[in-house]
Design a protein around this ligand. Structure first.
Ligand code: AMP
Ligand code: MG
Length: 413
């Protein structure tokens, strides 16, 4: 029997993203609540930031021509704290000014207080030559009126929220959250809390995937319906998928997607719709599946993604495939992740036919250490590690080689 070649990740990902049509619907949310959401429109500024030229120092606003020589003596005629506005500054005058206060008309420079001596009778001696424009923050140097400060499809983080607030926006238009149904398969699975560790029956294991999958979906802006554990039975699997498809945009499952007799996911999806992708040339994560489930009465189709049950396989395939997909559903334009060139401080002498994602950690010498057990069941590797090496198919690694590193910090954000 000739087995067809597995699909490469580079072929699979664009096919997958081509299916991820942006969900219909826009929501207006408070800027405070918008962290992690995706902008559904360009954000354009109606004002300059800063609004006026202002001082970047505590000191004195002056006319630079009056301070062309060291030791100029000026008359202090006004005091301008932040939040107030001064009056015209004339020749021979200085204004006491504080950081953030608008530069008064007539002044064209600020001298910091450390370079001045206050003299009795409202005078100041300026001990330095003051260049034109010194310590002035120009109006619009951050944002100019009419500028597009953020583009539609940007995923909002705290810095973006601050920037939108700086142009006066208390509400932002964002894409709707994808509604995702999550379930785990596996008759061996037990929920932490339901059975104490010392009372675990032989052959049982705790459901760990449910915890990180749900959390990662929420971090990515999804509204998650957690359907718990579905028994390893064809009818139960079909019923769970059919019901979940009605009210969700995506069904995400873990386990049961390989070729064993107890793996019912694949035939169940084929019975209710179509399986478009199955099995990728990646390690861990080969059994990954993508398909669509017909809704029947309701309009449209529901996306389906099946992740392998092994925890590291589930974790890695989520990040490689589900993450960009749910971001794309929200209209995110940049879903790919940066790979940094780093030096391997380990040997990986056995090349694999599949592209591998090896759990590694950055060390203090600027290199990468490898977790000794790369088994797809060892979740400790993902906790010990702070990222993966994206190693091409057929590639060995020797100490000193340059490899491509993906950081969990960015990938999980
Ligand atoms: P499967 O993909 O169903 O063949 O499962 C592969 C391996 O992952 C088996 O050893 C399962 O016991 C384990 N596994 C499946 N689902 C989970 C889960 N939710 N949490 C932890 N381990 C799991
Ligand atoms: Mg199973």
């Amino acid at each position: 029997m000739i087995r067809p070649a597995l699909l490469s990740l580079d072929d699979a990902l664009p096919q997958l993203l081509a299916q991820a049509t942006v969900l219909i619907g826009v929501q207006s949310v408070s800027t405070f609540e918008a962290d992690g959401r995706v902008l559904a429109q360009d954000v354009i500024s109606d004002l300059q930031v800063p609004p006026q030229d202002n001082s970047s120092m505590d000191g004195y606003a002056v006319r630079s021509v009056d301070c062309a020589q060291e030791g100029a003596l000026l008359h202090v005629t006004q005091r301008i704290p932040a939040g107030t506005y001064g009056t015209h500054l004339h020749a021979g005058e200085a204004a006491r000014i504080f950081t953030g206060a608008p530069i008064p008309p007539g002044a064209d420079a600020v001298v910091m207080q450390e370079d001045c001596e206050a003299i009795e009778g409202d005078h100041v001696k300026v001990n330095k030559v003051v260049p034109l424009g010194q310590w002035i923050r120009r109006s619009g140097e951050d944002v100019t009126r009419g500028a597009t400060v953020l583009r539609q499809g940007t995923r909002l983080t705290p810095a973006e929220l601050g920037l939108t607030a700086s142009i006066g926006l208390a509400q932002l238009k964002v894409s709707v959250r994808p509604r995702v149904a999550l379930f785990s398969t596996g008759d061996e699975l037990v929920m932490p809390g339901d059975v104490a560790p010392e009372a675990m029956p032989a052959g049982a294991i705790y459901n760990s995937n449910r915890f990180f999958l749900r959390t990662m979906l929420q971090r990515l802006g999804c509204e998650v319906t957690d359907l718990g554990i579905v028994p390893d039975k064809r009818d139960d699997t079909i019923a769970a998928l059919r019901n979940a498809a009605q009210q969700h945009d995506l069904i995400l499952t873990s386990g049961g997607v390989s070729v064993g007799e107890e793996d019912h996911i694949k035939p169940a999806v084929e019975c209710l719709g179509a399986l478009n992708l199955w099995q990728l040339a990646i390690k861990p994560g080969k059994p990954f599946a993508y398909g669509k489930i017909n809704r029947g009465v309701e309009v449209g189709v529901c996306h389906f993604m099946g992740l392998p049950g092994n925890p590291v396989s589930s974790f890695v395939t989520f990040l490689l495939l589900v993450r960009p997909f749910v971001l794309a559903l929200q209209g995110v334009t940049k879903t790919d992740i940066n790979r940094t060139e780093m030096t391997a401080h380990f040997d990986w002498p056995r090349a694999d036919k599949r592209r591998e994602f090896l759990r590694v950690k950055r060390n203090n010498q600027g290199g990468l250490d490898l977790f000794p057990n790369q088994s797809s069941g060892v979740l400790t590797s993902a906790v010990w590690g702070d990222g993966v090496v994206d190693n091409p198919a057929g590639q060995t690694i020797s100490k000193g080689d340059t490899v491509r590193f993906i950081s969990f910090a960015e990938w999980l954000s």
